[in-house]
Design a protein around this ligand. Structure first.
Ligand code: NAD
Ligand code: UDP
Length: 315
């Protein structure tokens, strides 16, 4: 049995990861400051004696004896990470320093939840890990993009200088149950709008693309990366679903699947919104023998069912 720390463990992805790690027979400590996460995401795990939930902010040091760390603490939705941009940078940078220090002291292996946002508005398509990205260092998204880029720099240097065992996952747009209904990201927005017959808010013309990964595929990829025993293989590794859709296509699929009467409305495109995004997952396929299995419509069905029952409960 391993003792595993998950920062951001009460968030959308973190809660699914804690569940999987517990099911595999590990002891799990979730730390979270509950900025975008909530106890309700992990309430079903609380009775498990091998699960601990601790209110803690990763900008402060954390002490525990652990074998592995998944560092997920960070708001991920643009509206949330821009709400307090300085705090977002601090969470990425100080959180990485604190968790890497903990990994160094305890000799734990540590995985960083990095992001496809490190590629910025990409000039190369699809994006391989070798692409350095195109990020505006002073743009509205930079608190998140640049924070995550510095975190990658910290991770690789703790590895080079101090032999800390690290893995870096570059996660592409992920969706599924337990996203917050007001999360602000496109999949949850469109589903909640469609289910409540409110207007579907398309930013720009809706011709920008994203590649959407279901959360179960992501947590499978993250654990495969952590369990990779080749210490010199640090990543970064893209973990995403290469199925690429325009935002307009996504809206039409959601409308069709929910039988909604919602109308599409077009709103201004946010600053520095990337025009296209699609992962090249050759590296993950080769090194982790991993690829996503859940097609968009199957994952959307599960997510729509989740939001339907959530909205019924809150009626
Ligand atoms: P989320 O907002 O649902 O979860 C993030 C969690 O981190 C929340 O529970 C939040 O309360 C917690 N948190 C934030 N700041 C903290 C701090 N200072 N100290 C302690 N806890 C803190 O987002 P998510 O989608 O679950 O994302 C999880 C991780 O995966 C993030 O690091 C995110 O950058 C990364 N990621 C996610 C996606 C995606 O599409 N979901 C894509 C790329 C990267
Ligand atoms: N988007 C949209 N309507 C919304 C929310 C988002 O058209 O209500 C667009 C957004 O401009 C972006 C895409 O959907 O082009 C994905 O946005 P999200 O915030 O989910 O993720 P990110 O931009 O970080 O990939």
């Amino acid at each position: 049995m391993k003792r595993i720390l998950v920062t951001g463990g009460a968030g959308f992805v973190g809660s699914h990861l804690c569940e999987k790690l517990l099911n595999e027979g590990n002891e799990v400590i979730a730390v979270d400051n509950f900025f975008t996460g909530s106890k309700s995401n992990v309430v079903h795990l609380i009775d498990n004696h091998y699960f601990e939930l601790i209110r803690h902010d990763v900008t402060m040091p954390f002490f525990a004896e652990i074998d592995e760390i998944y560092n997920l603490a960070s708001p991920a939705s643009p509206i949330h990470y821009q709400h307090n941009a300085i705090k977002t940078v601090k969470t990425a940078v100080m959180g990485a320093i604190n968790m890497l220090g903990l990994a160094k002291r305890t000799n734990a292996k540590i995985l960083q939840a990095s992001t496809s946002e490190v590629y910025g508005d990409p000039q190369i398509h699809p994006q391989p890990e070798s692409y350095w990205g195109s990020v505006n260092p002073i743009g509205l998204r930079s608190c998140y993009d640049e924070g995550k880029r510095v975190a990658e720099t910290l991770f690789i240097n703790y590895h080079r200088q101090n032999n800390v065992k690290i893995k870096i996952a570059r996660i592409f747009n992920t969706y599924g149950p337990r996203m917050h209904p007001n999360d602000g990201r496109v999949v949850s927005n469109f589903i909640v709008q469609a289910l409540t017959n409110k207007d579907i808010t398309i930013f720009g013309q809706g011709n920008q693309t994203r590649s959407f990964q279901y959360v179960d595929d992501l947590v499978e990829g993250l654990t495969k990366l952590m369990n990779n025993t080749e210490d010199s293989f640090t990543g970064p590794v893209n973990i995403g679903n290469p199925g690429e859709f325009t935002i307009l296509e996504l809206a039409q699929i959601v409308l069709e699947m929910t039988n909604s009467k919602s109308k599409l409305i077009f709103m201004p495109l946010p600053e520095d919104d990337p025009m296209q995004r699609k992962p090249d997952i050759s590296l993950a396929k080769e090194k982790l023998i991993w690829e996503p299995k859940i097609p968009l419509k199957d994952g959307l069905k599960k997510t729509i069912d989740y939001f339907e029952s959530l909205l019924l409960k809150t009626k």
